[in-house]
Design a protein around this ligand. Structure first.
Ligand SMILES: [Zn+2]
Length: 250
């Protein structure tokens, strides 16, 4: 059995961003997981999709950088594709740029469009779901996602950022208590909580446990890549995460 992984070589594009959010992140993951993955190429999302979550001003500001705009719409399109597959079986989007710091009318933190919020809002608009739980396990608070989904009663947003490690895992467990009641669970999967990354918190084995907890809580789930900057181990951590998900599906 292979896990659907939404991926495009366009994510290797060296668009204008900070040095640490580089194409090596994607290649280091790709080569570690390709043997377990069913690779699916996404389409770029449409302007209409972007407008579900972002102001015209913000969209125009990214559009001025043509190369970046194309990859960012493909990244959001990748999240949409993973979410659509996630309605049938767990899927992962290996995408960049990340998205969870992009709000309705602002962006930052290496993010341009909010991939997760766009994916969820699109499924809602298309009538494919009525409710969604978003769980953000990145080291950093998903301020952009919160900005977009706050006040929308169909969506619950949980950001897991407790310290130390034991509290993080407990917080996640609490967040998933009634995950099965939602039509879909979307995970903003950042790996910068890793013990050798900025967060200095979680082990590779923890990512496997987390993947397993998510897919056990609700088989209708998908995860998308957010942060994660310790490139030497990024691939093994994503692999562990996906193994945890697959074990839940057996
Ligand atoms: Zn982060």
């Amino acid at each position: 059995m292979k896990i659907p992984v939404v991926f495009s070589e366009d994510f290797y594009t060296d668009y204008d961003t900070v040095d640490c959010e580089n194409p090596d992140r994607i290649s280091s993951i790709y080569f570690k997981i390709v043997d377990m993955a069913e690779i699916i190429e996404p389409e770029p999302c449409t302007i209409e999709d972007l407008k579900l979550c972002h102001s015209d001003n913000l969209i125009e500001s990214v559009k001025r950088k043509e190369e970046l705009f194309y990859v960012a719409t493909k990244s959001a399109g990748g999240a949409i594709k993973a979410a659509e597959i996630g309605l049938k079986r767990p899927a992962f989007a290996l995408i960049r740029p990340p998205g969870h710091h992009a709000g309705y009318n602002f962006n930052g933190g290496f993010c341009f469009f909010n991939n997760m919020a766009i994916a969820i809002k699109k499924l809602l608009k298309d009538g494919k779901i009525r409710t969604a739980l978003i769980v953000d396990i990145d080291l950093h608070y998903g301020n952009g996602t919160y900005d977009i989904v706050k006040g929308d009663e169909r969506i619950r947003f949980r950001n897991i950022d407790a310290y130390p490690r034991g509290n993080f895992m407990k917080d996640l467990k609490d967040a998933l208590v009634d995950a099965g009641d939602f039509d879909i669970v979307g995970c903003s999967a950042g790996f910068d909580t890793y013990i050798k990354d900025w967060g200095a918190l979680l082990t590779t084995e923890d990512f496997k446990t987390i993947g397993n907890m998510l897919a056990t809580s609700n088989p209708h789930m998908f995860a998308i890549l957010e942060g994660g900057y310790y490139v030497p181990d990024l691939g093994i951590n994503v692999r562990a995460f996906l193994e945890g998900i697959m074990e839940a599906c057996l």
